[in-house]
Design a protein around this ligand. Sequence first.
Ligand SMILES: *[C@@H]1O[C@H](CO)[C@@H](O)[C@H](O)[C@H]1NC(C)=O
Length: 134
Amino acid sequence: MKVGERRKKVIIDTDPGTDDAMAILVALRSPELQVLGLTTTFGNVHTAVATRNALHLALGLDPSFPKKIGQIVLLGGAFSVNGNVNPAAESNMFGDPDAADIIFTCGADVLAVGINITHQVLLSDADREKLEHS
Ligand SMILES: *[C@@H]1O[C@H](CO)[C@@H](O)[C@H](O)[C@H]1NC(C)=O
């Protein structure tokens, strides 16, 4: 990143897991990103319903809300591989298909990173050690 360039401001909505932990670690150490905050979800029904309601709440108050978001980057979906819940479904999409529908149809710029990525980017013990000492 060159001097004077602005860091991209991001909010990370996360559930506990290795993939999320990796994303948070990389984001916090990235010179290109400024992590404004972390929000958490545990993937239970109450949280999924609350998230869906919040998205409904936000869109109802300001229909142009999706256009004001720079980009939504999400880890979810099984596009060219089997899912991790069943052969057709990935956990995040399976857990709250209504929220996924809202995200993909609200008009925001959405970048979906499918589960196939997690098959190729692995966190080794050596990587963990490197992170611990960096
Ligand atoms: C993951 O799957 C998508 C959709 O098929 C594909 O565009 C992308 O290149 C794949 N990524 C990797 C790392 O295999």
